[in-house]
Design a protein around this ligand. Structure first.
Ligand SMILES: [Zn+2]
Ligand SMILES: [Zn+2]
Length: 274
C-alpha cells in the first residue's frame, strides 16, 4: 500500500490501497482542484521517474535553501537554518531522495522541523522519520494534518522558543495557526524572519503582502493585517525570506510596516481612486 501524494499541493496522505477520494487541502477556498481533475502520485513513482532533483543552495552564513527542480506542486522552498549547533528545517517540500538526505546530513542533519502552515506539510513525516526529528505545528492547524504521526508536536499560544535565538511566532492570517520563524543571529546578527506564505514577498522586492488565499486572490481583513504588522514590529530583523526564494534583503521590518499601511489604505479606498 502506498502513501498517495496530491500532485497539485504535494500533500502526502496515510497508507491506502486506493487514492483518497479528494484532497482536503486543495478542495478548499484557499487552494484549488486542478482544472484537469484530481490526480495522485507517490514518492516511489517520483524517484523512479528520474525527473526530480533537489537543489540545495547556500543563501547566507548558516542558511541553506532546498528546492525541487523541475518545480513540483506548489513549488515552495524549504530552508535549513544552522543556529549554534541546532539545525532547523523550516517548512518542507514533497520530493525527498537519498542524495538530499546525504547532503542534509553532511550539513549536520536537523534537530527539528517547523512548519509555517498546512500548504507545506507535504511529506513532512517522511523527512522527520528519515532525519529522526520532531515536527512543530501550531495546534490551531491540527485539522489540516493529513498524515498523522507521533513525530508531530502541536504547540499552542503565540510563541515557541525552539533554541536560543530561534523562535516561532503564530501570526495567523493566511491560516489560523500561520507561523513565522524569527532567527535572531541570522544576517550577521541583524536578524532574519522566515515567513512561508504568512508574509509574502511580492514582485517588487521592497514590499510584501498578506492574503487569505494567494491563488484565488482573497484578501485578509484590515484589522488582521494591522495586527500582524504590529506583532512583527517588535521583532529585530533586517532581512525576510518567503517560501518562493524571494528575499527582502534589507530594511525588511520597515517593508512589512509600510506594506501593511498600503494594504489597509487600499482596502479602505484611501490609496487610489478607481
Ligand atoms: Zn492537494
Ligand atoms: Zn499557503
Amino acid at each position: 500500500m502506498p502513501y498517495f501524494i496530491c500532485t497539485t499541493c504535494g500533500t502526502q496522505y496515510p497508507l491506502s490501497s486506493e487514492p483518497p477520494q479528494r484532497c482536503a487541502i486543495c478542495d478548499e477556498e484557499r487552494q484549488y482542484v486542478h482544472p484537469n481533475g484530481q490526480s495522485w502520485t507517490t514518492l516511489e513513482i517520483m524517484r523512479e521517474s528520474n525527473v526530480y532533483k533537489n537543489e540545495i543552495l547556500h543563501e547566507e552564513e548558516g542558511l541553506y535553501s532546498i528546492t525541487t527542480n523541475p518545480e513540483f506542486a506548489i513549488g515552495q522552498t524549504a530552508y535549513l537554518v544552522q543556529n549554534k549547533s541546532f539545525n532547523l528545517l523550516w517548512d518542507c517540500i514533497t520530493y525527498l531522495d537519498g542524495k538530499t538526505l546525504g547532503e542534509v546530513k553532511k550539513l549536520g542533519g536537523v534537530h527539528a522541523i517547523a512548519l509555517s502552515h498546512p500548504h507545506y506539510y507535504s511529506t513532512q513525516v517522511e523527512w522527520a522519520e528519515a532525519l529522526d526529528a520532531p515536527i512543530y505545528i501550531h495546534e490551531d492547524d491540527k485539522e489540516w494534518v493529513m498524515r498523522p504521526s507521533d513525530r508531530i508536536q502541536f504547540w499552542s499560544g503565540e510563541t515557541l522558543a525552539l533554541s536560543e535565538g530561534l523562535t516561532l511566532h503564530r501570526l495567523g492570517g493566511h491560516f489560523k495557526g500561520g507561523t513565522v520563524l524569527h532567527w535572531e543571529n541570522g544576517n550577521n546578527g541583524k536578524g532574519v524572519l522566515l515567513t512561508g506564505d504568512i508574509i509574502q514577498v511580492v514582485a517588487d522586492r521592497k514590499w510584501v503582502s498578506f492574503m487569505y488565499s494567494y491563488p484565488n486572490l482573497i484578501p485578509l481583513p484590515a484589522k488582521k493585517v494591522a495586527e500582524i504588522a504590529d506583532r512583527v514590529k517588535k521583532l529585530k530583523f533586517d532581512r525576510l525570506y518567503n517560501a518562493f526564494h524571494r528575499i527582502v534583503v534589507e530594511n525588511a521590518n520597515e517593508s512589512v510596516q509600510k506594506s501593511a499601511e498600503r494594504y489597509i489604505a487600499a482596502l479602505e479606498g484611501k490609496l487610489f481612486t478607481t
